[in-house]
Design a protein around this ligand. Structure first.
Ligand SMILES: [Zn+2]
Ligand SMILES: [Zn+2]
Ligand SMILES: [Zn+2]
Ligand SMILES: [Zn+2]
Ligand SMILES: [Zn+2]
Length: 291
């Protein structure tokens, strides 16, 4: 009877301690993430506001951006819809005011300018979009044992986000020419379950980055503002077009396309012009002819 009692109490305390340890581990990891998120939100709410805006851009010529669909004036490709993060920022380089609506800067009174917010890698400082970050798929990740020369190395566990020393029992995964070491069995399971949560790589420098830490910076130069298309651009006719019948937008008359004819690109649309005289007419006031 007494024996049984001792046995049970040992078993009981063992279970309790075991539970406590796992509970502590879970809470610890959970708390950490919670703190991180709250901290970020607070910092953002202070001064920085932003909003998403839809633009149309050419995959080959990212400098081409417009508010309406159309074709790229440079390569004629259909423009693709894209969401960009924008803000109204103070034009003063060192003023950090960002608002979701136009108006005056509450700090220095300057008129806020509409500009795009771009993200930059904390490690290399290069511009990188969140969608460009390299993340492994589940099938890319396989646990391996560590090699002798890796034992004793000081490494960083991507799950726990802390340093530890590689032991004989440590497991590692290889991805994108780099090795990642896991500090314990829990982290090994986690990385297999959710590799894209823990391994996130900058495509520019190949270093591990945290998407929340990408530095977001409004581009305050006028260039990043969505340009208004005001002036038409011109292109030469292609060999396929020569000999075809077209209507000159200025003369409003049919003509046979020759090598000398030009094509005007205006507001994403194309217009044939029969002679240099019509080119100059069109560039002066395109709106007059396109109705
Ligand atoms: Zn293009
Ligand atoms: Zn300001
Ligand atoms: Zn980088
Ligand atoms: Zn671990
Ligand atoms: Zn003409």
């Amino acid at each position: 009877m007494k024996k049984n009692y001792i046995f049970f109490s040992i078993l009981l305390s063992f279970l309790l301690v075991g539970n406590k340890v796992t509970a502590m581990m879970c809470c610890h990891a959970g708390e950490h993430h919670y703190e991180e998120k709250v901290g970020k939100k607070k910092a953002k709410a202070e001064i920085k506001e932003s909003f998403y805006s839809t633009i149309y851009t050419c995959p080959m010529h990212p400098e081409i951006q417009q508010e309406k669909p159309g074709n790229c004036p440079k390569c004629k490709m259909e423009l693709q819809k894209k969401q960009i993060l924008m803000t109204y920022a103070c034009p003063e380089e060192d003023c950090e005011i960002q608002k979701a609506k136009p108006g005056k800067c509450p700090k220095c009174g300057k008129e806020l300018i509409k500009c795009e917010i771009k993200s930059f890698c904390q490690k290399c400082g290069e511009e990188v979009e969140e969608s460009q970050l390299i993340k492994p798929k589940k099938e890319d990740i396989k646990l391996r044992s560590v090699k002798n020369e890796e034992i004793g190395k000081k490494v960083f566990c991507p799950v726990m986000k802390k340093e530890f020393v590689v032991s004989k029992k440590t497991k590692a995964v290889d991805y994108n020419d780099k090795s990642y070491y896991l500090c314990c069995g829990f982290c090994e399971k986690e990385i297999l379950k959710n590799p894209q949560k823990y391994i996130i790589i900058c495509p520019r420098c190949g270093e591990q980055v945290n998407p929340e830490d990408l530095k977001q910076k409004p581009i305050k130069s006028l260039k990043s503002e969505v340009p208004k298309e005001e002036k038409p651009t011109f292109r030469d006719v292609t060999t396929d077009e020569i000999g075809k019948e077209a209507v000159c937008v200025v003369m409003n008359k049919k003509f046979k396309v020759s090598q000398k004819a030009k094509v005007a690109v205006y507001k994403g649309k194309e217009y044939y012009l029969c002679c240099p005289g019509c080119d100059t007419e069109f560039i002066e006031d395109p709106e007059k002819f396109i109705k």
